[in-house]
Design a protein around this ligand. Structure first.
Ligand SMILES: Cc1cc2nc3c(=O)[nH]c(=O)nc-3n(C[C@H](O)[C@H](O)[C@H](O)COP(=O)(O)OP(=O)(O)OC[C@H]3O[C@@H](n4cnc5c(N)ncnc54)[C@H](O)[C@@H]3O)c2cc1C
Length: 297
């Protein structure tokens, strides 16, 4: 088949890899590539968060986890297994059932477990190289704008799907993070999800401080928010605030009725498979969803 994938974030790249590896001819069309995408702003830790529907999310996440655990054995992939400490400042934390079955341990207000981390500074390039095909820079007004030479269209447009498919259910869950130099003695990720949301994710060459989750489409960096993020993470680590190397803002594509993963038809009769609306879990669901897309094709 001639397959057109719309989107060069983690969802589009992962689908493109699977189609190419089963022998299809694939091109990616995207108006933002690499560091411009929401995917490049992610902490990209494996952890189901801010995404629906629950049962499907856990199944996709567990399938993805298996692939990421395998990829962690390849040094060039940017995937590693790290310890995650999830805690609440006040009150009890509920350890999810799936976390217990993956070996999480903990007490009243925290738990710990090993999770895959995809270092986006390496992993998105790894996917791009593994795909090996063409990424065409193009903004589409409608899915039907894809050249008729393609028989199948895969819609992985993230929040862009709101306009592309007129989907009123997509909500922009804005996230801002600050990237700081590597910090000594921080080997694992720390996440606190009672207010204010706070996470520290050590990566190969730097450390990611987060973060926010608010209803907004604004992609501009907010300097006051940066200051709050750095102050809260530094307080948790008991260090002086480090200098910020870079700020990133992304729009988590949250869909109230859940991830849209289904087959449909374009107005010109061609087949389309939608794969968007992964909210705060795009990396966590990437391989599970991409495999289902290929099954639907
Ligand atoms: C701060 C932050 C932290 C996060 N942390 C995590 C985490 O720890 N773990 C996790 O699993 N997830 C995390 N996420 C969520 C994750 O980043 C998203 O779910 C994921 O990036 C969505 O990927 P995507 O490929 O679907 O969309 P995107 O990365 O947004 O890519 C969409 C692509 O579609 C293209 N596109 C859109 N519209 C058009 C159009 N009309 N024409 C042409 N191209 C178009 C865009 O240019 C882009 O290439 C985080 C997100 C943020 C913002």
């Amino acid at each position: 088949m001639n397959v057109a994938v719309i989107g060069a974030g983690v969802s589009g790249l992962t689908c493109a890899v699977l189609f190419v590896e089963r022998g299809d001819r694939v091109s990616i069309f995207a108006d933002e590539i690499g560091s411009q995408t929401t995917s490049a702003a992610a902490g990209a830790i494996w952890f189901p968060y801010d995404c629906e529907p629950r049962e499907k999310v856990i199944a996709w996440a567990l399938r993805t986890r298996e692939v990421l655990v395998d990829l962690a054995r390849k040094p060039d992939s940017g995937v590693s297994i790290i310890k995650l400490r999830q805690f609440c400042r006040a009150g009890r934390i509920d350890m999810p059932d799936w976390a217990c079955s993956l070996g999480a341990t903990g007490g009243e207000n925290e738990f710990q477990m090993e999770v895959p981390l995809t270092d986006t500074t390496i992993y998105l390039d790894y996917l791009r190289k593994r795909f090996g095909g063409e990424i065409k820079c193009a903004h589409l007004e409608r899915l039907e704008d894809v050249d008729l030479a393609f028989d199948l269209v895969i819609n992985c447009a993230g929040f862009g799907a709101k306009r592309l498919t007129n989907d009123p259910g997509l909500e922009p869950h804005r996230g801002q993070v600050a990237i700081v130099p590597k910090i000594d003695n921080v080997a694992g990720a720390i996440v606190c999800d009672d207010d204010p949301l706070m996470y520290v994710i050590p990566r190969a060459h730097d450390c990611l401080f987060g973060g926010t989750n608010e209803l907004s489409e604004d992609r501009d960096v907010d300097l006051a928010t940066r200051q709050l993020i750095v102050a809260e993470c530094s307080r948790a680590l008991k260090i002086d605030p480090p200098k910020v190397i870079e700020d990133r803002v992304g729009i988590r594509p949250f869909r109230k009725s859940g991830v849209r993963l289904e087959r449909g038809k374009l107005r010109d009769g061609r087949a389309v498979i939608h794969n968007y609306g992964h909210g705060g879990s795009g990396f966590t669901l990437s391989w599970g969803c991409a495999k289902e897309v290929v099954d639907l094709a």
